[in-house]
Design a binder for this molecule. Sequence first.
Ligand code: DMJ
Length: 458
Amino acid sequence: MMTRTCLLLFIFLFPVFSIPGISQNTFTDKQKASECKKIKSACRHAWKGYQKYASGYDALKPISKKGQNWYGVSFLMTPLDAFDTFYLLGLKDEAQQAKELVVSNLNFDVDQEVQVFEINIRLMGGLLSSYELSADKRLLTLAEDLGKRLLPAFNSPTGMPYRFINLKTGKARDSLSNPAEIGTYLLDFGKLTQLTGDSIYYQVAKKAAFEVFKRRSDIDLVGTTIDVNTGEWRNTESQIGARIDSYYEYLYKAWLLFDDKDCKQAWEIHNKAIKKYLFTEVSSGWYFTRTDMKSGKETQSLYGALDAFYAGILAMSGDTATAGKIQKGNYHMWTTFNIEPEEFNFRTGQITDPSYPLRPENLESCFYLYRKTKDQEYLRMGQRMISDILSKCKTSAGYAAIKNVSSLELSDSMESFFLAETLKYAYLLFAPEITLDLSKFVFNTEAHPLKIEVTRDK
Ligand code: DMJ
């Protein structure tokens, strides 16, 4: 008798000639509208739970039905991350409620140390996009106040930011950082510069990203850990996901948002190396592996939920062929394990981290690929993933992360990126393009849309 593990391995290693679990029908407008309706109703359900059990907190604990803060005080992560999703989905009451919670309660004048990267992508990004969509000046005032309080983090000998900053005292700490936490400011700080006229924000963000870039290896890869005091690499493993991901994303998107050609060139140099050294084919599909940044030799054949985003960037850049191959791998990872695991070994099919914290990246890549190719396959993939999330993660108070994708045991967390990103990309995949015109907006890494104000040479 075949054991469950053998069966999983067989399914996983079986070559992908057709995509299992996907019917070949074409979506009608009516079917697309029905998908949008389901996602809107999921948004309302998650928001109702937050309002009832966690109003004023950073996040909802969807099983114990309580509120949860990241720090000693709340920074209203969920309403701020969710506002622009409600706005785009036409959930006017919910958008108004979320905005009111933010403008009446958000205060950065607190003696509290925070993680600069997370505060920037969720709060700074959220404030700037909410301001651009609603024109409520109070949101821009909050963004500028936050920007001033984050700036001292960049006062390191190299200009690469420390990981933590006290919002009141400006005391910064933790010099051991990574490309993602150093290079993910270009879009948000750049937008703050554009809206306030103060050049300092884009200046520090660009310097930080290019301090990483200039320390790339001879084969144009970067590592996973770097000391911002000395500029020395402390971990030279190169990969596409955690701790590096949005560094690449922001280099590419800073060109889209600000027409910054230095950033485009840097991304192109990295992308060539990524495709040469990380892009790997096995019998079940294509993945990005992990290598040493100096030799390009494989260190570990691990891939996971976070890595899935890069297919979207490739699609945006016009490389739909490579993006399509990676997306097949992404979808295979999803269907093989019930729901995608946080990380697995793509050579053996073994799961190395079984959790699913409601991440958006797989759907995000489907969204960009569908926009670029109009291939129905991406709608079918999205439909399956959305259906899995909405059925397997639902609780009476909202949606819960999964502790183990094999047992589908839930964990008591609903990250704010579920409303900011996962449900937004899910909706936009099926909604009319005019809902969000990609020639007019660029998403920050938390899916906050920022307006393109420059004219770009094509
Ligand atoms: C989000 O906070 C952002 O997308 C970030 O860049 C990576 N991780 C989460 C979602 O998975």
